[in-house]
Structure formats: C-alpha cells, structure tokens
Design a protein around this ligand. Structure first.
Ligand code: AN7
Length: 406
C-alpha cells in the first residue's frame, strides 16, 4: 500500500509514520496495491476488520467497531419526499461516533510501528475515541481541545479513559496547528487526526457496509463535513468497491456544513479561492472548524461524484435532531443531524435511495437538547396528581391521545 500526495502526486512507499508529502507537505492518501484490486478479496467476520484485505495492518486493538445499523426511516422519508431514506447510525460504535472505525486501524498501526504515545487535536469525538483505544493499547494519550467548546459527554470520555487533556485557550484550528507542530518536533508522538491517511482507511468501511446492506450503492450519501476526512474516506470506499466490481455505480456525495462554519461550501458552491473562515461558530461543536485539513480530498470527492455542498442553520440542525429522535427513535448529536436538516430544505434530484450518515450519538452532547420543547414537570407522589398532570397539562399525551386522567 503506497502513499500518494493529493496535491503533487508524489508517491512514497508504505510508512505509517509519514503524515505529509515529503516533497510539498500536502496531505497523503493510501493506495491499494494493484494486485488487491485485481484479485477477489474475501471478506469474513463482522465490523471494520471484516474488510481486512482492504485495510493496512491488522486488528491489534479492537473494541468491536463498525457494523452499525442502517435504519430505514419511512416516516421521516415520507415527510421529506424521499422514497427510500436510510440513516447509518454511527452512534452505535463503541465510543459513540464514526471515529472508532479509523481509530482501530490507526492505533493498531501505531503499536506495530512502536510509537511511545499518541496525540490529537479534537472538537471532542476524536479525543474520546483515541483515549479509549489508547487505554486499551496501554499507550499514553495526549489530547488538545478548544477550552470550553467541547460537549460534556465527549470530554468526560477522554477524562474517564485517562488521557492527558490540554484545554487550549483558542479555537480548534489553533489547537490543530499546535498538535501538528508538536508531532513535527517530537517524533515519538504519533498523530491520530484525520490528516493521518491510515486512520481514514478504517473510516472507508462505512461505504462497504452500506453497499453490502443495500446490494448496490445508494443514489446519494449525505454527511456532515468538519475536517472533511470522513467524506473523503467514504468516497474512497465506494470507489474501491466499484473497482472490485462489487457495485455498478457510484453515489453522489453531499457534504453539509453549518452556516457559521462553512469554509468548504464557500469553495465548492461559491468559488472561494481559500478554504478558511475566521471565528467559526455553530451549535454543532463537532464541526466548528474553520480550516479543514482534508479540504483538497473533500473537494475532489464532492466534484468527482457529481455531488454538492450546502449549509444549514443552527435552528435547522436542532429541528432535524428533534425529528430524528421523535419520528424515528434515533438520538443523534447536532452535527449528526445536519444531513437531515439539509434534505428538509433541498431536494436532491433523482435521488430515490438516500443514506444520511449520523456521525455521533445524542448522549455526547446532552446540553444541546436544552432548546427543545420540553414535556416535563414535577408532580407530587400520588396518582391523583399524576393523572391531573397528564390530562390537564398535556391533554392527549397518553398513548395515542387516550384521556389518561379520566
Ligand atoms: C459527530 O473530533 O473533527 O469531516 O476532532 O465529531 O471527518 O472531520 C469531529 C468531527 C462530523 C466531521 N460529525 O467529520 C474531532 C472532529 C461528528 C464529528 C464530524 C465530526 P470530518
């Protein structure tokens, strides 16, 4: 598995420690060996490592990642006018987000390479995932997060798993620059951000699972974009399954960003020349990112697939989060609801089968639910008061509107 620079095309031999192009410094991608693509790789077992023949290294550290539910959402689909709407619920992963798919690959390689410690900058989920896998591997973990801007559930995961946490007084983008600097100067610290092309190899397995579950690629895949590693990884997965003859066509990749943090949409839709916004802001803190490190890969994925990129407002994100929870029983974090928010306002032409990637669990960010209309009240501990509350305060709130108080 060689590496290739996404900017200048320079090829480098397999090297888990090489995280940027030695010639121009830009991002790298992993190339499958031609004999793998020419052969007939066999898949066995479950989860991410089912696709071992298409992954670098082996499963040295695993918590049972992948194999998440692909949920048909009929009620929400009817509402949005989409004949076959599916939600790939990545909150079902061991630490509650899609990051685990990449982390099992990244940490396994790190151990094989004999690194002494791992590090990342994170808006929360990467740090939660890395901390868990590092703990299981017995490696020290160093985490940089923007102070005060990480959802409570994610931070408590990193704390619980014993990571060393630096709450940086600055933005995620500043934390990212710092950790890149740290990794450059301290070779024994292995970087597990999505700039690491091997970590992204694990994330491509989401595409494989979708193809195997549906028997074909969907018409469109909609997912949130932050650093934009995931949209790139998932697109790579579909391309590889197509090259292997496992699917006959490719889906359109639709990337969604929050209105206040949309550098990629500015490039893809508005033709901006620089992929950067200052002071990104959104309730979806997972994707509060102004300078996505994988922007070149994401631009290629969206353009080559014939897809599109667009924005949603914070209010639209929170409404979509509520819809998923109340219509479909799926509780996802705000960033993970942004694809549904996008489909609410924009029709994807000729897309009958659409897969939305719900990237993280709702319990990650309990505070975000604080803005939802609440049906909750304190009642004295007696049946009379209980009945009165259910019938008077919320008439029709018994099962299917049965008057519970009478
Ligand atoms: C729930 O944890 O960047 O476009 O540091 O947690 O691949 O960056 C999280 C990103 C979408 C965006 N949804 O994915 C981090 C981090 C959720 C996320 C994204 C993230 P990329």
């Amino acid at each position: 598995m060689d590496l290739r620079c996404v900017a200048c095309g320079e090829r480098s031999p397999h090297d888990p420690l090489l995280l940027s192009c030695p010639r121009c410094g830009e991002a790298l991608e992993v190339l499958l060996a031609p004999e793998v693509l020419a052969g007939k790789p066999e898949f066995a077992g479950r989860g991410v490592w089912r696709y071992g023949p298409l992954l670098p290294g082996g499963p040295a550290v695993s918590l049972g990642e992948g194999d998440t539910g692909l949920h048909r959402c009929e009620r929400l689909g009817r509402d949005l006018g989409i004949p076959r709407l599916f939600v790939k619920n990545e909150g079902e992963n061991p630490t509650g987000s899609f990051k685990d798919r990449g982390m099992t690959v990244g940490i396994s390689l790190a151990i094989a390479a004999g690194v002494r410690a791992v590090a990342c900058a994170s808006t929360g989920n990467t740090s939660a995932s890395m901390a868990a896998y590092a703990a299981r591997a017995g490696l020290p973990a160093f985490v940089l997060v923007p102070a005060g801007r990480v959802a409570a559930g994610k931070l408590s995961q990193a704390v619980a798993h014993g990571a060393a946490i630096a709450e940086v007084e600055g933005s995620f983008d500043e934390a990212m620059e710092l950790v890149l600097e740290l990794a450059r100067t301290r070779r024994e610290v292995y970087l597990l951000n999505s700039i690491n092309p091997y970590r992204l190899e694990g994330q491509k397995t989401l595409a494989f699972e979708v193809c195997e579950a549906l028997g074909e690629a969907p018409d469109a895949v909609v997912l949130p974009m932050g650093n934009a590693g995931n949209v790139s990884a998932v697109w790579k997965g579909f391309q590889e399954f197509r090259a292997l003859g496992r699917i006959g066509r490719l889906p359109r990749m639709i990337g969604v960003q929050a209105e206040g943090a949309a550098p990629l949409v500015r490039v893809l839709r508005d033709g901006a020349s620089e992929c950067r916004v200052e002071r990104p802001e959104t309730v979806a803190t997972a994707i509060r990112i102004g300078a996505p490190v994988n922007w070149r890969k994401a631009v290629a994925a969206v353009r080559l697939s014939g897809g599109e990129a667009g924005t949603v407002t914070d209010a639209e994100i929170l409404a979509a989060q509520r819809d998923l929870a109340r219509l479909e029983g799926l509780f996802v974090e705000p960033a993970a609801a942004s694809p549904i928010a996008y489909l609410r306002k924009r029709r994807i032409p000729e897309a009958a089968t659409v897969v939305c990637v719900a990237t993280g669990h709702g319990l990650k960010d309990p505070d975000a639910v604080g803005t939802a209309p609440v049906r909750r009240r304190r009642v004295p501990a007696n049946l009379e008061a209980l009945r009165a509350a259910f019938s008077e305060v919320w008439p029709g709130s018994g099962a299917h509107g049965l008057p519970i108080g009478s």
